[in-house]
Design a protein around this ligand. Structure first.
Ligand code: HAM
Length: 420
């Protein structure tokens, strides 16, 4: 193994590709920030207990994929595999739900860790931007979140994504369905592990990708037929609000999701250019999670969009984000004296808010101009002995190639004027 290799299942973000990641985080969070969501940041690790109780003891995330550790003091911690349980824990700890302003609307952005088998689009360290609306049961809130994610993806230029929508029922109707499903599944010809799953998480069996299992599942009781009237009405309202907003979705009654906390609305954003790891984002309602982690009843809904997969989706669609060059002015000094003078001009430009960079290391004109080009700067400032003797610097417009001598003392003001 090379010393310079990132750990298995991880990768580094380096320029220029890293700029796309920043732009994606920005684009996903912008609609949230415009819709009353406040920024929250929680630690990268939590007590194992939180995820075991919140995400669920029967999920792959908790049983197989969590990075757990025991501290020197004996605490059992886990690197966060997802954000919802942490955000709800933090909101409860800060009593945000008691401030009298429900729902508590929060957004976040950060690193998450899952010990998964790495493949294209599936990593052990990945990045999400998420949103949680805590403490309110209102179909318009579910619709709002789906609409904002759709808006975010569209603002990035993504088109080949689809929204899958389902309802998982609530604590009244889901147990009835669960039992009916278990009775059906117990009669099938299944392996030991799947038989165990029937007892702890039967809905996940519906998700089994194997053809021989899928064949046996035809005729399985459908959740749709078991939804109680309240869940049905709620779901119809979410669907109607999405339709009214012009957001297309597909009903997908197989959409179960890999976390145990969901009730009623669940949804996933899938992209058709990504192969097997096609879910670019997902979420849903989690009315029971607060009580599962020891809090009061707080019906809530949220989603998380995967930044890594969103970038892959952009690449798959060939979308090039319009990323403005980060440097406006590039200074190229020729000689010692010019280095001191132009470094001063660069400092002055930066203090007035103009993005400027400098040819460090005393390179020759040719190499320095190459760097100026690569920086994407609109203007280059060049000065040598003779220019300084005349009290001027050469200002080159990199688009037109036109070069003019500008008095040194006016260089910064002239650039500010030209750059608007
Ligand atoms: P999730 O579906 O587990 O949901 O993850 C959301 C998104 O994170 C996925 O759609 C995917 O884009 C990305 N993601 C997950 N695992 C990986 C991985 N190993 N490599 C790359 N990307 C990955 C949640 O995490 C829920 N907390 C969402 C939520 C918020 N539900 C309610 N509120």
């Amino acid at each position: 193994m090379s010393t310079f290799q990132a750990p298995k299942g991880t990768y580094d973000l380096t320029p220029p590709r890293s700029a796309t990641f920043l732009a994606v985080r920005e684009a996903i969070s912008a609609p949230l920030r415009d819709s009353g969501y406040g920024y929250i940041e929680t630690p990268g690790f939590e007590n194992v207990e939180l995820f075991a109780r919140g995400v669920g003891e029967s999920t792959d995330i908790v049983t197989k994929e969590m990075y757990t550790l025991t501290t020197k003091g004996g605490d059992q911690l886990a690197l966060r595999p997802e954000g919802t349980a942490s955000v709800l824990r933090a909101a409860l700890e800060a009593n945000l739900h008691k401030a009298g302003n429900l729902p508590v609307k929060l957004w976040y952005s950060g690193s998450y860790y899952r010990y998964e088998r790495p493949q294209a689009g599936r990593y052990r360290h990945f990045s999400q931007v998420g949103a949680e609306a805590i403490g309110t049961e209102d179909p318009a809130l579910d619709a709002e979140l789906i609409i904002l994610a759709d808006q975010a993806y569209r603002s990035l230029g993504l088109r080949q994504f689809r929204i899958l929508l389902n309802s998982l029922g609530d604590k009244e109707c889901r147990p009835v369905y669960r039992e009916a499903l278990q009775t059906f599944l117990r009669d099938l010809d299944l392996d030991e592990e799947t038989r165990r799953r029937i007892e702890i998480n039967p809905l996940r069996v519906l998700d089994d990708k194997r053809a021989d299992v899928q064949k046996q599942l035809t005729g399985a009781p459908k959740l749709r037929d078991y939804l109680c009237d309240a869940c049905k009405a709620y779901h119809e309202e979410v669907r109607a609000l999405l339709a009214a907003a012009g957001v297309a979705f597909e009903d997908d009654e197989k959409l179960v999701r890999g976390l145990d906390y969901y009730t009623r609305t669940t949804f996933e954003f899938v992209h058709d250019g990504l192969g097997s790891q096609s879910a670019v984002g997902g979420g849903g309602r989690y009315d029971g999670l607060s009580e599962m982690i020891g809090g009061p009843e707080l019906p809530s809904v949220g989603w998380a969009l995967g930044v890594d997969r969103t970038v892959l989706a952009l690449e798959a669609e060939g979308v090039e984000l319009d990323l403005p060059a980060t440097t406006s002015v590039y200074a190229v000094p020729l000689g010692e004296e010019a280095r001191r003078v132009l470094f001063g001009v660069v400092t002055e430009l930066r203090r007035t808010g103009i993005a400027a960079d400098f040819a460090f290391g005393g390179r020759g004109l040719k190499g320095a101009m190459k760097s100026a080009n690569r920086s994407g700067a609109r203007y280059t400032l060049v000065a040598g002995e003779r220019d300084l003797a005349e009290g001027v610097v050469q200002l080159k417009d990199m688009e037109s190639g036109e070069q003019t001598a500008v008095p040194l003392a006016e260089a910064a003001a002239e650039l500010a004027k030209r750059l608007g």
